[in-house]
Design a protein around this ligand. Structure first.
Ligand code: NDP
Ligand code: 8X3
Length: 256
């Protein structure tokens, strides 16, 4: 088993949902945490909630879409925080559920810039250090949407298919180094994801999880922790994780 006590775990999108749950599970395992997101006040609240674990936490207000900001702020990490051991590329979002020929192009820009380009910017900044130090692990949060396209979701699904390809390619490029790459691809997880997708329409968002039992962010965080604590010769490469009530991207069992 790889112990992550005192290792530096960098989590993007740590202000909510799966990222916040990963912060909790990694803090409980004694890791030192860099928590990044745009909403600093949310990160501060999460850090306060994790105080009882007594583990050092560094907060970073970061918009992963902003290449210059990503490069500058990761370059400027304090020396004590610069040697990142585990990167959890979790920041991401969907916007809209519209037919491609009717969709809002601004929604596309946001998804592509965050889910694909943002993940690339952060990875490009942090992975060279891992290679140099001869240790590291990158966990990309993909989605069932990267394996199966659904109506109205083509651009979101395309971004997650891109994440899948990037995980696959990165693993090839890092072959011969000890740096591991894991792709964790969940189905429906109840977070702020659907509220963001529907631009704050909470009724439409809660309807997504109506009469079914979705995954919880903690379910995914537990799995991520399992992946990053395997012995160094073991790489959990790809995992698709679905709620028992979900059989595919489009098949969900509802109780009414
Ligand atoms: P949430 O909306 O609850 O969390 C998304 C996180 O991403 C927030 O912390 C948000 O922080 C951050 N984020 C969004 N845009 C940016 C940005 N430009 N820069 C930095 N951080 C950003 O959703 P989830 O927890 O569900 O989503 C996490 C990941 O899981 C995403 O990649 C999503 O695609 C994926 N996923 C989600 C599933 C689900 O059903 N919920 C299923 C499969 C995958 P802030 O707004 O403060 O910047
Ligand atoms: C989030 C899950 O099925 O809404 O990636 O695309 S889904």
């Amino acid at each position: 088993m790889t112990l992550i006590r005192d290792q530096i775990v960098f989590i993007t999108g740590a202000s909510s949902g799966i990222g916040a749950a990963c912060a909790h599970s990694c803090a409980a395992a004694g890791a030192r945490l860099i928590l990044a997101a745009r909403r600093l006040e949310r990160l501060e609240q999460i850090a306060a909630d994790l105080k009882s674990f007594n583990t050092p936490i560094h907060l970073l207000q970061l918009d992963v879409r902003d290449r210059a900001q990503v490069e500058a702020s990761l370059q400027a990490l304090p020396p004590d925080w610069a040697n990142v051991d585990v990167l959890i590329n979790n920041a991401g979002l969907s916007r809209g559920l519209d037919k491609l020929h009717e969709a809002n192009i601004q929604d596309w820009e946001e998804m592509i810039d965050t889910n694909v380009k943002g993940l690339l910017y952060v990875s490009r900044s942090l992975i060279p250090g891992m290679v140099c130090r001869g240790r590291g692990h990158v966990v990309n949060i993909g989605s069932i949407a990267g394996h199966q396209t659904y109506p109205g979701g083509s651009v979101y699904c395309a971004t997650k298919a891109a994440v899948r390809a990037l995980s696959e390619g990165l693993k090839m490029d890092l072959l011969g180094t000890p740096v591991r790459v894991t792709s964790v691809d969940p189905g429906m997880v109840e977070t702020e994801f659907s509220q963001v997708r529907f631009h704050g329409d909470t009724e439409r968002a809660s309807n997504v999880y109506r009469d079914m039992c979705p995954l919880l962010p903690e379910d995914i965080a537990e799995i991520v922790l399992f992946c990053i604590t395997r012995p160094s010769h073991v790489n959990i490469s790809d995992l698709i994780v679905l709620a028992t009530d979900q059989a595919s991207a489009t098949m969900v069992h509802r109780r009414s």
